[in-house]
Write a protein that binds this ligand. Structure first.
Ligand code: GRF
Length: 196
């Protein structure tokens, strides 16, 4: 079987922990999936060095001119026959035009159990603050397909975690991040297999 090829998109001060967890999942399970590049839009983002250390080529692209960003991204995807794009801490919205032209799956990971605690403005610590304020004893992570609405595409994989003992959003974030790392690689593989 040929190698499936994946590009990961990040933005801002991305740590890249999902990128590394995903890559390790593919390697540990001997899956024929290669992460070709990770895109980042802030030169100081830790993800660039972490990716390079892992053997994944980081590519810096400014997102200031977003139309140009999407054009460059699409070119690279076409040239390299990319099978899937995975968003990991990517806070911008891909245009419907891009989604249509790329025409392969685009996945996102959200740090809560969608459809709850999703939508515009629901990212990072805000999600966990909202979960805490709603006095939930369970949260989790969701991998979903990206469509033109925030966090509304079809759910690919979701896993819950008990957060009953958490009294801070940081505590929830830590538990949820572990779940994110467990499920993202698996969700990518599941999506690629579904397309076969
Ligand atoms: C994760 O919590 C993810 O759910 C959110 O952004 C964060 C990215 O973390 N969309 P990292 O850069 O992968 O460590």
């Amino acid at each position: 079987m040929h190698n499936f090829r994946v590009i990961v998109l990040t933005s801002g001060m991305s740590r890249g922990s999902n990128l590394l967890a995903m890559d390790n999942y593919f390697k540990n399970h001997n899956l024929p999936i290669e992460i070709l590049n990770v895109f980042y839009n802030r030169k100081e983002a830790p993800v660039a060095n972490r990716a390079a250390e892992q053997g994944i080529e980081p590519i810096y692209f400014s997102t200031k001119d977003f139309a140009l960003y999407e054009k460059n991204l699409l070119n690279i995807c076409r040239q390299n026959k990319i099978d899937l794009i995975a968003l990991a801490g990517f806070m911008l919205k891909l245009s419907s035009d891009f989604i249509k032209k790329f025409s392969k799956p685009i996945l996102n990971i959200h740090p809560a159990l969608l459809p709850e605690f999703g939508g515009k403005g629901m990212y990072g610590i805000r999600v966990h603050e909202a979960v805490l304020a709603a006095a939930k004893s369970v949260s989790g992570a969701t991998v979903h397909l990206v469509n033109h609405q925030y966090d509304e595409g079809e759910i690919v994989l979701q896993r819950a975690v008990n957060i009953a003992d958490c009294i801070s959003p940081e505590c929830i974030a830590e538990k949820v991040l572990k779940v994110e790392h467990e499920i993202y690689g698996e969700a990518v593989w599941k999506t690629l297999m579904k397309g076969k």
